[in-house]
Design a protein around this ligand. Structure first.
Ligand code: 5BU
Length: 262
């Protein structure tokens, strides 16, 4: 069962190069924290990435909210990823047919595939969406997650939809390395998906707009997920981002150590 193996053990067994490198990085940095950097100014985004960089394994972006986006932003983020040893996850949530997502992933203003190690997609269109993204991403050594569930109240991604999403992931394991999910699903022979979970907070449980925040221990220890994704808990309400990132890193890592020592 991959939930009881260490990230390092899992990295040795993994066949996808990005997943392998990511699991190694988590162990090396003792971090299962991803910061959701939802800021709409380039300078603020760079400042945040530099501040939280030492504590995270993954920087999650919504690049299309940045008002003054330019190629230099991408260059600076990738330089910070090298400096602090983290990967980048553009939370693009692709949701169109294969041919369209190919264009959206590889071209346009953002050229996501050229800089984002990991991206993700909804399964609404069917498996053609994975085929399209895979065509662009696989030659670049990228990886993707499928949205099997969401953190928000009333989400329709549940039940049979989630089950079918996991089936598609198994079919394209060379490129689909995990899920956005609220819990770990039962493993089948040969599975080692990475579970990333948004909706994590230590101090609040809701934002009044559908977001539901859970404690890192509940996510990692009780529910068996691998990566906690935290946004406003780290930089909202004038919080000291570096201090909070350290606090979340410790909470996430302690829950993981507790899980693998069970
Ligand atoms: P927050 O500030 O910690 O609530 O930010 C959560 C981030 O995770 C934000 O960027 C969302 O777009 C993202 N998210 C989410 O909250 N819930 C989901 O199910 C998915 C992504 Br998928």
């Amino acid at each position: 069962m991959s939930a009881s193996l260490s990230y390092l053990e899992r990295s040795k067994l993994h066949s996808n190069p990005t997943a392998k490198a990511f699991l190694e990085l988590m162990e090396r940095k003792k971090s299962n924290l991803s910061v959701a950097a939802d800021l709409n100014k380039k300078a603020a985004l760079i400042e945040l990435a530099d501040k939280v960089g030492p504590y995270i394994c993954l920087l999650k972006t919504h690049i299309d909210v940045v008002e003054d986006f330019d190629q230099d932003l991408v260059d600076q983020l990738t330089a910070l990823a090298k400096k602090h040893d983290f990967m980048i996850f553009e939370d693009r949530k692709f949701a169109d047919i294969g041919n369209t997502v190919k264009l959206q992933y590889g071209s346009g203003i953002y050229k996501i595939a050229s800089w984002s190690d990991i991206t993700n997609a909804h399964m609404v269109p069917g498996e053609g969406i994975v085929q399209g993204l895979r065509e662009v991403g696989l030659p670049l050594n990228r990886a993707m997650l499928l949205l099997a569930e969401m953190s928000s109240a009333g989400t329709l991604a549940k039940g049979d939809y989630t089950v079918k999403t996991v089936e598609v992931a198994r079919k394209y394991k060379d490129f689909v390395v995990g899920f956005i999910a609220m819990e770990r699903y039962a493993d089948k022979e040969g599975d080692d998906f990475i579970y990333m979970t948004p909706g994590v907070g230590l101090d609040q449980t809701s934002d009044g707009m559908g977001q539901q925040w859970k404690h890192p221990r509940e996510v990692v220890f009780d529910r068996g997920c691998d990566v906690i994704i935290v946004g406003r808990g780290i930089y909202g309400n004038g919080r000291d981002a570096a201090k909070e990132a350290k606090r979340y890193q410790e909470a996430g890592w302690n829950a993981y150590v507790e899980r693998i020592s069970k």
